[in-house]
Ligand binder design. Structure first.
Ligand code: IPE
Ligand code: IPE
Ligand code: MG
Length: 299
């Protein structure tokens, strides 16, 4: 009798603790969201969704459980990104290196990705958001059923421009550049292009999803799971474009909205620092040249 009363007491206390925590969490999330919405939202965020297997291991579950939990978070991140006004979201779902994993795991990932594309296809929210879905990567490495579901969702959403979801599958950044160079070299040798026409813009156009409108420069890369590397992800789009990086400890299945909001806050802080640095440099030049307020020399 006494022990059952104790059980009820502790369960009640736990419930109260969780309730208080969730109220504070929600308030914090709202405050953070208000704060970041007062400043510029990065137009293009790219995410290295890492840590599914470590998450599963920590919970004593299978790898496929970790990947399934990760995929649920991916769905939420698409919603949150749209809500805060991000225009392009590029997700790293499967790298070319990931093909070295056991066949059973790779097949499981193909099935999971396929299921999620089919879900996106039948979900009215895809069309309400006017979301364009595209895949970047080497499709020749994918099974036929997955290629079909990719083509179906791409075709159904090809004319949307409000929000872009790019999914990197069988993707490697260097491989992307190699295939673009081969493509361009072919055009030059057949006389369709002259060497003088090869510039940054042209190279961008030949990157995945070629042929088509390329994935634009990235403004912010997020990586979960604690590793501070970018793993051959979007090297062309992230380098030379002053892209901010946000490395965070939670495994992908643990990623919360506050983590996304914090990453945006880091992007905004970097932007503010750069602006400050820029105006500091200008004021130094102005002082050096002795130029007055109205642009005249003081002496
Ligand atoms: C990321 O999680 C998902 C994919 C690469 C498909 P991992 O599977 O790499 O999980 P960890 O990093 O080994 O925990
Ligand atoms: C990064 O995860 C790639 C994806 C999220 C698809 P990995 O676990 O494959 O990356 P590395 O090998 O640790 O860099
Ligand atoms: Mg990993």
């Amino acid at each position: 009798m006494i022990s059952s009363r104790r059980g009820v007491f502790w369960a009640g206390l736990r419930f109260l603790k969780n309730r208080i925590f969730s109220v504070f969490y929600h308030r914090y999330e709202q405050r953070l969201e208000r704060e970041i919405l007062n400043s510029e939202i990065p137009p293009h965020i790219a995410v290295i969704m890492d840590g599914n297997r470590r998450y599963a291991g920590q919970m004593g579950k299978t790898r496929s459980f970790g990947h399934a939990m990760g995929a649920e978070v991916t769905e939420k991140v698409i919603e949150w990104s749209y809500e805060i006004g991000i225009k392009q979201l590029t997700l790293y779902a499967l790298s070319t290196e990931n093909f070295q994993r056991p066949e059973e795991e790779v097949d499981g990932l193909f099935n999971l990705i396929n299921e999620k594309f089919n879900k996106l296809y039948s979900d009215p929210r895809t069309y309400e958001k006017e979301m364009q879905v595209r895949v970047i990567g080497d499709r020749s490495q994918l099974p036929a059923f997955l290629k079909e579901s990719i083509e179906r969702i791409e075709k159904a959403t090809e004319n949307y421009t409000k929000f872009h979801l790019n999914v990197a599958i069988a993707y490697g950044g260097r491989q992307d550049i190699i295939q673009a160079v081969r493509d361009i070299a072919g055009c030059v040798s057949s006389g369709k292009l002259s060497l003088e026409e090869v510039d940054e813009n042209l190279i961008s156009k030949h990157l995945y999803p070629a042929p088509g409108v390329s994935v634009p420069n990235v403004d912010l890369i997020i990586r979960t799971g604690g590793d501070e590397r970018v793993s051959n992800f979007l090297p062309w789009q992230a380098n030379g474009s002053e892209c901010a990086t946000y490395f965070c400890a939670p495994y992908w299945p643990e990623f919360r909205k506050i983590d996304l909001l914090r990453s945006v806050r880091v992007y905004q802080a970097r932007k503010a620092e750069k602006r400050q640095e820029h105006s500091f440099r200008i004021s130094k030049v102005v002082n050096f040249l002795g130029i007055g307020k109205h642009g005249e020399k003081c002496e």
